[in-house]
Design a protein around this ligand. Structure first.
Ligand code: DWN
Length: 405
């Protein structure tokens, strides 16, 4: 397989999660009888630049259709996180007001809306039209298009250059990285900044976050391979900062014409070396541990079912569908899944066909156990569902090691 980052063919498959339906392809009732498309979900390591990536690229229009179900603002944690990120960018970097601020994969405008109080001109780029509509209703100017070299030229013609371009949880998602980076360098002013955030490979490896592997996530980034990638486009990483969202993420600040010698960059690369992310053995060991988590989770849930317990899922994240499909957990174990997202309520999970219902079901007929599929929001969810626990209900954390909380 050709590396998405450095274009080398010196890649090696270390994990296969089978052939699975798309993690956000929730089904309506009338679709249950139809055959669901499924695609290989195999993960590769590049022996040359160290990039971890999937081998089969599903066409973006299938991954991000007009009725995409994920909405950023469904989580207070993410709303607070993006407000903090914007405030820190404005206070530390003061992007020029001569340019616009662009967010690639802007979803419902949650991040960009934080720039409005600073009187910046903002533009969201969101391919899913149903989500772009939410952003526009939220007062965030948004165009529904895939970001790349062509759309960047059009934005620059119509709106001028950008003093800041953001891409949170999107840099791992874009099919043609080269086109995106050509678009960024064209649209961004010479003293502008391009800021990306992504789930960090060190956290993923350490915390067994294999469920974040699905077809929307083409790559699983560490800083070292990104240095190689940005250099190909005359850009350098001027700072990196770890954050706690989505199981542990990294914010990377890049500029044109810079090098990547900042202390925080050097420290991150040293951390990655210490975590042995530059060794194929690390990934082969990760792959073995993934199989162990599957065995342990199935055993734990079976023990509870054998005692006559009822189990529901809490949160219907995309990652939850990787977990359920790979671990072969379905309606024989999970009665239903609650989720606060209206787009997902009344649907069924891809592959496993578990009904997704609104959270009132969780309060009216609480289960004995709740499998925390949205484990990255554990603090927010356990705080919200304190009464469930007071009444004897128990949450189950699936990773890094399945356990009853
Ligand atoms: O990269 C991506 C991340 C940022 O978001 C996208 N590829 C798709 C999506 O991934 P995800 O679906 O795994 O994201 P979340 O944010 O972990 O999904 C959490 C789910 O849990 C949402 O459907 C909302 C739901 N939820 C809930 O029902 N009650 C969340 C909270 C906090 C709650 O209290």
């Amino acid at each position: 397989m050709i590396c998405h980052g450095c274009k080398s063919q010196n890649t090696h498959m270390f994990l296969s999660l089978g052939s699975t339906p798309l993690a956000n392809a929730f089904l309506r009732e009338e679709q249950l009888a139809t055959t669901e498309p499924s695609y290989p979900l195999d993960v590769y390591y590049c022996n040359d630049c160290g990039l971890v990536q999937i081998g089969y690229l599903v066409p973006p229009e299938l991954l991000f259709p007009e009725n995409y179900p994920y909405v950023t603002s469904m989580s207070q944690t993410m709303k607070a996180h993006f407000a903090d990120l914007v405030d820190s960018i404005v206070s530390e970097h003061s992007p020029s007001k001569d340019g616009i601020i662009v967010d690639i994969g802007s979803n419902d405008g949650t991040l960009l809306s934080n720039f409005l109080k600073y009187d910046y001109k903002v533009l969201g780029i969101e391919p899913a039209t149903n989500i772009a509509r939410l952003a526009i209703e939220n007062g965030v100017d948004t165009v529904s298009v895939f970001f790349g070299e062509e759309s960047a030229k059009k934005v620059r013609e119509e709106k001028g250059q950008a003093s800041l371009i953001l891409g949170t949880n999107v840099f791992a998602h874009v099919g043609d990285l080269d086109s995106v980076l050509r678009g960024v360098t064209h649209l961004l002013s010479d003293d502008g900044m391009f800021v990306i955030e992504f789930p960090y490979l060190v956290d993923m490896a350490e915390k067994m976050e294999f469920d974040t592997i699905y077809h929307e996530h083409l790559r699983y980034f560490a800083v070292r391979p990104l240095v190689v990638l940005f250099e190909r486009f005359g850009m350098g990483i001027v700072n990196v900062k770890r954050t706690s969202v989505h199981g542990g993420s990294m914010v990377v600040y890049t500029k044109k014409g810079s090098d990547s010698s900042a202390p925080s960059v050097v420290q991150a690369i040293e951390l990655e070396k210490k975590a042995k992310l530059d060794s194929l053995k690390t990934y082969e060991s990760f792959s073995k541990s993934v199989a162990t988590v599957k065995t342990q989770l199935r055993e734990l849930l079976q023990q509870l079912k054998d005692k006559g317990a009822t189990i529901a899922g809490y949160g219907a994240p995309a990652k939850g569908n990787t977990l359920l499909n790979y671990c072969e957990i379905g309606t024989e174990t999970i009665d239903y899944i609650v989720d606060s997202t209206p787009f997902k309520q009344g649907c069924y999970t891809p592959g496993t066909h578990i009904p997704v219902v609104d959270e009132s079901r969780f309060h009216s007929t609480p289960p004995d156990y709740a499998l925390l599929l949205a484990w990255n929001f554990e603090e927010e969810i356990l705080r919200k569902e304190d009464q469930f626990q007071q009444n004897g209900g128990k949450f189950i954390r699936p990773i890094p090691k399945p356990e009853i909380i």
